[in-house]
Each structure stands twice: as structure tokens, then as C-alpha cells.
Design a protein around this ligand. Structure first.
Ligand code: BES
Ligand code: MN
Ligand code: ZN
Length: 493
């Protein structure tokens, strides 16, 4: 889908979108629309009593130059209160209606100045359009994938440089997010540790970042026993996926590590999940998908930062080979762990990946992103990710990135008290705490392995997928994390 800025309307119009807020004036459209069409719009507004309430949409056909022009009227929140996320929501409404109307050429006429910078407006326009039209329909025998050909923002401005720059960035962000969504939406019989590694390789080739894949032998030599224990029950071998973007050669030692949870299916292991708890567990590699998408985006944007992403990819299954409840494993760090619950597997893979990032890749700071706990879903629901940190200043930057990207976060505290819940009598740690506070104790477990480096822990168990359409997402994977992390890394340039 083409997305651009135009200064003129063509003679023959397919779809035209008129945005206005309550009590806003229609006169602003005078210079754009032919008189007869503007009269028709005014008559329609009177007949339907349209007052442009926020997120209200109306549509009618108007015959103009032998063509049925689809006219869409959109109510917007008043411009001083307009946030980027509100613009995204309104745009998503518009795009969905255009899909229904099978619009091909869409012209958007904002009837007022958006309270966003040109760059942000361009970004929001492109990312929302491309996120909203996304579909995962490759397994449907019959599809109805009629896409608009182009979306044009009509603006009376000579200087479209920042708008166009924003559009390009929005496209990069949306493409990377949709790449992550594809990986998460693919079922576990397609995405295995090996095919996930292949997907990382493919992205590396397409967007130009480095990639290395370690197999079993190498992982045994690295003594990643906690990670390997989780993967033992699967017929698919684990893989360690290492991706590097060296965007700042002047500061080679400054490396941000992104650690993504890559459980390609989480059955729970011998602490087996219920059918209901298991059905969506192909999404347990959404953290991995988020870091692959982020690498694609930052390489594409050529961000001036050094980032190394690590995914410990494996499958948590049951078999005669699987790890048992009660096993004691020695992590790569040397710390021993009593596995009191085989379903608390994500943290076992993450801590070996984190230790590897610090020990072998010389990471200066750590971000881990994981579909880690049902408790995070219980605490914050499905549109807010839970974050735990040991660095409030860095967290403040993440909050800014959250504001800009519209990916909501909320901080959970990591008070020392709950650390005692992870004490084991027979090993250095056990892998779960109490029946409550699970999102916090999972984070505290991980914190034991970050060696006091600045650390952000993002639990996306609730936000990685939607069970029904909402905002600019349809049902299924959201690619959460890609826009948040890319925006954060951009602010660290
Ligand atoms: N992958 C799950 C967490 C999860 C739950 C993700 C719901 C998405 C939706 C994780 O591996 C898990 O099973 N966590 C357990 C931990 C418990 C055994 C301490 C949980 O949250 O129940
Ligand atoms: Mn689990
Ligand atoms: Zn899991």
C-alpha cells in the first residue's frame, strides 16, 4: 500500500475522508472540494444531525464525474487534547471502514492542524494504516484480501520533508511489527527452534544485521544447563540465536542486550497445563519475535547504537527425556536451581541467555522481554505490559518510548522481601515463589543473574496477543515490544 502526501485532489475521487472535531468548521474544506460536493456534504450533515463526536464515522456515496465517490466523515477529539494514540485509533476506524467499502484510493483531509509534529503525524499515519490492514490468512482456503492501493494525506504544505521522513519510519516500524506478528501467529508445528533461527537468519539477510546460530554441542560446551534442561523433552533441538547490530563503532564497548523468551511451545512440561491454558502457547516465543522485529527495525533505520539480541529457543514438552519436577540444574552462571515447577521454564532459559550476553557478548545493560507469567495478565490485563527495573532513570526513558509508541507499560515493584520466597534448601535458588506475586518473583529470579547491570524486564504475557479485534490490531499476535524497544533505542542514540 502506497502512503504519501499530496497537495491536490485528483479530478475523479474514489474515497475522501473529512476529519473534523465537534463544532469545527466545514469551511476549511472549501478550498479542496468542488462546490457541489461540499453542498452535498453539508446537506448530509444536516439531515443526519452530525456533530462530529470523537470516533463517530458516517459515510455516503456521492456521484461526481460519473464516479461514485465514497465520502467518509470522521469525528475527532478536539485538537489540543489529541494524542498520537488517539490519532491512531481514529485512523484505524477509518482504515477498517475503507476496507469494508473496498476503497482503492483514499484521500484524507484533516480539517484542522494536528497537535503532532509533522514527523510524528507521518509516522502515525503509516504505522496505523499498515498495522490495521495486516492479516494472517495464509492458511485460509478462501480469503478476501482486498487492500487499498494508496493512502494520501492531503496537506497544503510545500515542505513535506518531515512528513515523508515520518511516513518512512512508520512503515519501517509497522513492517517490523508485522514480521513479529507473523512469527507469533505461526503455529508450533511450523515455528520450532530451528525454523525460528531460520527466520532470524532471513531477517538478518533482508535488513543487514549479523546473525549466529549455536546448536546443541556448542550449548553443552557453554554449560547452558538451565536452558538445555527445558528443551530436553522436545524432539526439536534447542538453538541459541545471536543477532548483532553495530551502529556505533565509536563506542564498541557500549552494548545493549535484548533477551527474548523463545519457547516455541509451552505445554508446561510435567507440570502440565490445562487444555485451556495450553491452547495459545504457540505465542510463548513472542519475546523472541519482538527482538527479531526490533533488530529488523533498528538495522533498517540504521540507528547509531550497538545492540546484541539473544534468543534461547526451545520447546517445553513431556517425554521420557523431559526434565522432572524436583531436578536440580546448574545454570551457566554456576548458580544451581531447584526446578520446583517445570511450567516456570521461561526464566530458566532467560537467565542462561542473560549470563551469556554479559559473559560472552560483554553487554553493558540488559532488557529482557518475555511472555513470562499469568500473574502479569492478572495484574494488568491484556493491554498493559508489566515492567520491573533496577534503574529508574532508564525506566523513565522507557516510559517516554511507551508514550510515543502507544505500547502501554506499568511498573511493578521489586522489593527485597519477596526474594526469600525463592530460597531453596538444596540449591542456590528455586524457580518459583508463592502462589501470589508471581510477576514480581519471576522478575526477582531473573534479577539474580543480571550482575547489577542496568536492567529492564518486560512481561508481555498479557499483551502479546489479542483474542478479539481492538484498536489497530485484529485478533491474534500484536508484535508488542517492537515499536516500544525501537523507540527506546532511538532515544539512546
Ligand atoms: N508462558 C507461561 C506464561 C503465560 C501465561 C503466558 C498466560 C501467556 C499467557 C509461563 O511459562 C508459565 O507457565 N508461567 C507460570 C509460572 C508459574 C508456574 C510460577 C504461570 O504464570 O502460571
Ligand atoms: Mn510455562
Ligand atoms: Zn512459558
Amino acid at each position: 500500500m502506497k502512503i504519501d502526501v499530496v497537495r491536490k485532489l485528483p479530478d475523479v475521487l474514489d474515497t475522501i475522508v473529512l476529519c473534523q472535531y465537534e463544532k469545527g468548521k466545514l469551511d476549511v474544506f472549501e478550498e479542496w472540494l468542488p462546490d457541489a460536493m461540499l453542498d452535498a456534504v453539508k446537506r448530509f450533515i444536516n439531515a443526519e444531525n452530525i456533530t462530529f463526536q470523537p470516533r463517530e464515522l458516517y459515510t455516503f456515496h456521492y456521484y461526481y464525474k460519473h464516479q461514485a465517490t465514497k465520502i467518509i466523515l470522521v469525528g475527532m477529539p478536539k485538537s489540543e487534547q489529541l494524542t498520537a494514540e488517539q490519532v491512531r485509533y481514529s485512523l484505524a476506524d477509518i482504515i477498517r471502514l475503507c476496507l469494508k467499502l473496498k476503497s482503492k484510493q483514499i484521500y484524507i483531509l484533516p480539517g484542522f492542524d494536528f497537535d503532532l509534529t509533522d514527523a510524528m503525524l507521518g509516522q502515525v499515519l503509516a504505522e496505523t494504516a499498515l498495522l490495521t490492514v495486516y492479516k494472517f490468512d495464509k492458511y485460509l482456503s478462501e480469503t478476501s484480501s482486498e487492500m487499498p492501493d494508496a493512502l494520501h494525506l492531503v496537506q497544503d504544505t510545500k515542505n513535506t520533508r518531515n512528513l515523508n521522513k515520518g511516513i518512512l519510519e512508520g512503515r519501517i516500524l509497522a513492517d517490523a511489527t508485522n514480521l513479529a506478528r507473523d512469527l507469533v501467529n505461526e503455529p508450533a508445528n511450523v515455528i520450532t527452534p530451528d525454523t525460528l533461527a531460520e527466520a532470524a537468519k532471513k531477517a538478518a539477510l533482508e535488513y543487514s544485521f549479523q546473525v549466529e546460530i549455536y546448536n546443541m554441542d556448542k550449548l553443552r560446551r557453554l554449560k547452558m544447563e538451565a536452558f538445555l534442561a527445558v528443551g530436553k523433552g522436545s524432539k526439536y533441538e534447542p538453538r541459541l540465536i545471536i543477532m548483532r547490530h553495530q551502529g556505533n563503532p565509536d563506542a564498541r564497548q557500549d552494548i545493549t542486550a535484548l533477551i527474548g523468551k523463545g519457547i516455541t511451545f509451552d505445554s508446561g512440561g510435567y507440570c502440565l497445563k490445562s487444555p485451556q491454558g495450553m491452547v495459545n502457547m504457540k505465542t510463548d516465543m513472542a519475546g523472541a519475535a519482538a527482538v527479531i522485529g526490533t533488530m529488523a527495525a533498528i538495522a533498517n533505520l540504521k540507528l547509531n547504537v550497538n545492540v546484541t539480541a539473544i534468543i534461547a529457543a526451545c520447546e517445553n514438552m513431556v517425554s521420557g527425556e523431559a526434565y522432572h519436577a524436583g531436578d536440580i540444574v546448574r545454570s551457566m552462571s554456576g548458580k544451581t536451581i531447584e526446578v520446583v515447577n517445570t511450567d516456570a521454564e521461561g526464566r530458566l532459559t532467560l537467565i542462561d541467555a542473560i549470563h551469556y550476553a554479559i559473559d560472552r557478548e560483554h553487554a553493558s545493560r540488559i532488557i529482557d522481554i518475555a511472555t513470562l507469567t499469568g500473574a502479569a495478565v492478572g495484574a494488568l490485563g491484556t493491554s498493559i505490559s508489566a515492567v520491573v527495573t533496577n534503574d529508574q532513570n532508564w525506566y523513565a526513558k522507557l516510559e517516554e518510548a511507551s508514550e510515543l509508541s502507544g505500547e502501554h507499560i506499568w511498573q511493578l515493584p521489586a522489593f527485597e522481601e519477596y526474594k526469600s520466597l525463592l530460597k531453596s534448601e538444596i540449591a542456590d535458588l528455586k524457580n518459583t515463589g508463592a502462589p501470589w506475586g508471581g510477576a514480581i518473583t519471576a522478575a526477582l529470579f531473573i534479577q539474580e543473574f543480571v550482575q547489577n547491570l542496568p536492567w529492564l524486564h518486560i512481561d508481555i504475557a498479557g499483551t502479546a496477543s489479542k483474542d478479539k479485534e481492538s484498536g489497530y490490531f485484529n485478533a491474534g499476535a500484536t508484535g508488542v515490544g517492537v515499536r516500544l524497544l525501537t523507540t527506546l533505542l532511538k532515544s539512546m542514540e
